[in-house]
Ligand binder design. Structure first.
Ligand code: ATP
Ligand code: MN
Length: 486
């Protein structure tokens, strides 16, 4: 009878003692003596390794020599209760097959702690480390939970385009998409590049957001969400920005700003709770890893809560809801503002908030997630709904940003301007070409209604849930300025 491969996660859960099993995986470590070798085997199905016990007389010296860190092997044997500490079961090997050797002289992943910087350089191999295994499993679980959350609530997943001809989204610098020969682009009579000869007969870019198309779908389907890659050519080399990242964008007909905030808060709590419920082993590993790192930190840099405490805190506390105007007053009178500790001092109403201000509000002042709303019109996008009855110079829009500890902005959203005349006026003010946006404006001409939506940066969520410090470490193959390897 041919044995089918069993996943290590299943064996550790069900512990079918004395049964013959076949496992396959990558060797993490091998230790032991002349008489017996202990092999830690991992197949990616769980953070935990299966301990393989190999007797050189049974397996053969030659084969055992090839069992080195990074090698891929198949093992047959009968599961046994473990005598050693640290594991309940182990697999005494009857047979080991070497599927793929890994030359110890050149295999870059040694069984020791590597820096994240180094692991980024070998991003093709980092899925084999405990930390990145945990992160990618959590990334998967969060993807699944996002679809589940919306599906449970009757939202439809809409696929919005990746290539777009509108550059009006105004969310940052875009990457151009072209098939023109850049060495010899065709030119028109004025000597300008003739995009009529380009693939789409006009200039096109990679999308920065699926929102505008998401709105179109919501104005017929009711409640929708997009979950796709977005691209921003902003040259911000920070630990929270990628050039290619994934965004979740729900868009809801009949929702006003408060409904939007309620949805955002319950969405984030649901996702964090899902991670606590379904990723316990991986989170425990990351929690301990972070505790280890804390030991090397200076006192003022130490976190007040552990990763698990932070996650539990989020699900069990209400987010603070604060208007921009209230926030400006708090910031203006804050210690770091008075002592000129902020890089950007807050003086006047209308100032854009930097991440240092966002983090002060969340981490020092309110000590919980904060939803900031009703921002000055002048610092927000044209499609946000203009609030009525405000004094000239202090006009606001129904925008809301969700700010998280350690992250800053995790969600940005708003109630959308549904009034045709007000939208046109705002577009004129902001110099947004209306001809290109005729389809967007049509939704305000035909059957318009209040509606709202927001964008969650998926990697920002993962930063929070995994407790990682750099956004390059929560996406398998990060794209950042001057880096598109792998
Ligand atoms: P920030 O001010 O932090 O640069 P933003 O205001 O440009 O963000 P939005 O346009 O509101 O961001 O995008 C919605 C969400 O997408 C943000 O709340 C954030 O979570 C995420 N996000 C934005 N830019 C990036 C980026 N370059 N890399 C990763 N996530 C991003
Ligand atoms: Mn924003």
């Amino acid at each position: 009878m041919r044995l089918t491969r069993a996943k290590i996660s299943l064996l550790l859960k069900e512990m079918p003692l004395d049964q013959e099993v076949l496992v396959k995986g990558w060797v993490r470590t091998k230790r032991g003596s002349k008489n017996v070798a202990f092999i830690a085997l991992n197949d990616g199905s769980t953070i935990h390794n299966l301990q393989i016990v190999a007797d050189p007389n049974t397996i053969g010296e030659e084969t055992l020599k090839k069992v080195t860190s990074g090698a891929c092997i198949a093992v047959k044997g009968k599961l046994a209760a473990s005598q050693g500490h640290g594991q309940k079961i182990e697999l005494p090997a009857d047979e080991i097959e070497i599927l793929g050797e890994a030359d110890p002289e050149t295999y870059p992943l040694q069984p020791k702690k590597h820096s994240f910087e180094f692991l980024r350089e070998i991003a093709h191999l980092r899925p084999r480390t405990s930390t990145f295994g945990a992160i990618y499993r959590i990334r998967h679980a969060m993807t699944f939970a996002i679809h589940q959350f919306f599906n449970e609530r009757g939202f439809y997943n809409v696929h919005t385009p990746i290539i777009t001809a509108s550059d009006a989204e105004g969310a940052g610098e875009m990457f151009q998409v072209t098939t023109l020969d850049l060495n010899q682009p065709p030119r028109n009579e004025e000597g300008e590049i003739d995009f009529k000869q380009d693939f789409f007969a006009k200039p096109t870019n990679l999308t920065v957001s699926g929102q505008l198309e998401g709105e179109l779908a919501a104005m017929g389907l009711g409640e929708i969400y997009t979950f796709g890659p977005t691209f921003r050519a902003e040259n911000s080399n920070t630990s929270r920005h990628l050039a290619e990242f994934w965004m979740v964008e729900p868009e809801m007909a009949f929702y006003e700003l408060k409904d939007n905030m309620d949805l955002a808060e319950s969405f984030l709590k649901y996702l964090v709770q899902y991670a606590l419920d379904h990723c316990a082993d991986d989170l425990e590993f990351l929690n301990n890893r972070a505790l280890d790192e804390e030991k090397n930190k200076k006192k003022e840099e130490k976190s007040e809560m552990t990763l698990l405490e932070r996650l539990n805190f989020i699900v069990s506390n209400d987010f603070a809801r604060v208007t921009y105007t209230e926030a400006i007053n708090v910031l203006r009178n804050s210690k770091p503002n008075k002592k000129k500790k902020f890089q950007y001092l807050i003086e006047d109403w209308g100032a854009d908030l930097q991440s240092e201000h966002e983090r002060f509000l969340v981490e020092k002042h309110f000590k919980r997630p904060v939803i900031l709303y009703n921002y000055p019109k002048s610092i927000k996008a044209f499609y946000m709904r203009q609030n009525d009855g405000e004094e000239p110079g202090k006009e606001t829009v129904a925008a809301m940003d969700v700010l998280f500890p350690g992250i800053g902005e995790i969600i940005g959203g708003s109630q959308r301007e549904e009034r045709h005349d007000r939208l046109i006026a705002r577009m004129e003010e902001a110099d947004i070409p209306q001809e290109e946006m005729w389809w967007y404006l049509d939704t305000r001409k035909f059957g318009t209604t209040p509606h709202s939506g927001f964008g969650l940066g998926f990697e920002r969520l993962l930063l929070f849930v995994t407790g990682m410090g750099n956004i390059r470490d929560v996406i398998p193959f990060p794209r950042t300025p001057e880096n598109a390897e792998f």
